[in-house]
Design a protein around this ligand. Structure first.
Ligand SMILES: Cc1ncc(COP(=O)(O)O)c(C=O)c1O
Length: 405
């Protein structure tokens, strides 16, 4: 187990670039929320034009919004001069009805990043650490940094096998955790944590600890969902997003689901800002399309299984992912392989300090993964020794978005 108050140490970003980024009078207070695209961009070997090459580095969904969601957005555009607040309520009600929840337990946000940060800000502090799996999604650690809360990273159990959250060790990590963060399936490994272990976390955590269950990727797997904990009134906040299976990462929509008194502690951070009506109608159309989740889950799952089987046949170890990403052990410094692939305009995902020889690969389209197999074969049959990420062009190095590289 590793205790750190320094998210920089967890993220693979250098201390220098972190402080450069956070420099200025209001430093941390003005630091934007850390999101997957920012982290992915920061880890790119050189600034990559999203229109050039293949991007399987940010756990995006290349399919984009569904046909129904696209049509709904087009249809609402003429009414874009209105706030239309009630549509947000309707969206929360539709989701609540589908899931058997009290509508008061559902708050829509522009993606799940906001409620993720707000939950950590609201429930962690100097004496209330954040407990998180390693490797895990780093965004909560940056929020803990802002809250002045210690971060306790707990290695995944059975890293060469199941690679699930080590719930026992997470529970033992602190007597006073503010938030225990469980990402199910986990980013970056794509692995699920058994339901019994999550139940143990909910049942055994101190009574004022919030279990934050991030289900960003849950639609892609068969793992039991965690919304029932909310129905039972537990100290649980579940995050859902339309960014992954629903293909709406750029459109922005998600939900925080929790007991109304818990949600009341996170909603003040977001104020009264209304959500874009295009995103609201696209989310509604997505929820009402009963075929969307099973169809996309199968399409992405088939490509994932094909890719994992090919890598295994080539002798490479991967995590047993049930999601749209997995960790690939390249048996040499991951940075070198990432840089060599980038030189072929094949942009793969980040490296976690705990697993320096592994790269996160996002499952793209069948064509993208065929191109990945070709580039990966070429790179692995040549020397990558000493290859380093290319420096950023000056203009981009000064841009706040890329300061994190
Ligand atoms: C585990 C996890 N949670 C939350 C998010 C945030 O996504 P969004 O704000 O687009 O919903 C991501 C993005 O990749 C993620 O991987």
């Amino acid at each position: 187990m590793h205790t750190s108050e320094d998210p920089v140490g967890c993220s693979g970003l250098s201390r220098r670039t972190f402080f450069r980024y956070a420099a200025g009078a209001s430093a941390l207070a003005s630091m934007p929320m850390l999101t997957e695209p920012r982290l992915a961009l920061a880890a790119r070997p050189h600034f990559a034009d999203p229109n050039i090459g293949i991007h399987i580095d940010a756990n995006e969904n290349p399919l984009g919004p569904s046909a129904a969601a696209r049509q709904a957005m087009v249809d609402i555009v003429p009414r874009g001069g209105r706030y239309l607040f009630t549509m947000e309520e309707e969206l929360a009600e539709i989701f609540a009805k589908q899931e058997g929840l009290n509508p008061e337990s559902v708050v829509p946000f522009a993606g799940s990043t906001e409620p993720l940060h707000y939950t950590v800000l609201a429930f962690t502090g100097k004496d209330r650490p954040l407990v998180i799996a390693d490797p895990g999604y780093e965004a909560p650690m940056w929020a803990a940094q802002i809250a002045g809360a210690p971060v306790i990273k707990v290695p995944l159990a059975d890293p060469k096998g199941e690679a699930s959250h080590d719930i026992k060790a997470m529970l033992a990590a602190s007597p006073t955790p503010g938030v225990i963060y469980i990402c199910n399936p986990n980013n970056p490994t794509g692995t699920c944590t058994p339901r019994a272990a999550i139940e143990q976390a909910v049942a055994s955590a101190p009574k004022d600890t919030v279990i934050l269950i991030d289900e960003a990727y849950v639609h892609l797997c068969d793992a039991p969902r965690s919304l029932d904990f909310v129905k039972e009134g537990k100290n649980v906040i579940v995050l859902r997003t339309f960014s992954k299976l629903y293909g709406m990462a750029g459109i922005r929509m998600g939900f925080a689901v929790g007991r109304p008194d818990l949600l009341a502690k996170i909603t003040p951070f977001s104020g009264q800002n209304s959500l874009p009506i295009t995103a609201v109608v696209a989310a509604k159309a997505s929820l009402l399309d009963a075929d969307l989740v099973p169809t996309r889950k199968k399409a992405i799952g088939d490509i994932r299984m094909q890719t994992l089987a090919w890598l295994k046949s080539e002798g490479y170890a991967t995590t047993p992912s049930e999601s749209n990403c997995f960790m690939l052990d390249v048996r040499r410094p991951g940075k070198e392989v990432q840089a060599a692939l980038a030189a072929k305009e094949m942009f793969v995902g980040r490296i976690w300090p705990a697993w320096p020889n592994s790269l996160r690969i996002t499952v793209g389209t069948a064509d993208e993964m065929a191109a990945f197999r070709k580039s990966f074969t070429e790179v692995m049959s040549s020397s990558t020794a000493g290859l380093k990420p290319a420096p950023l062009p000056r203009r981009l190095a000064d841009h706040p978005f890329t300061h994190l590289s």
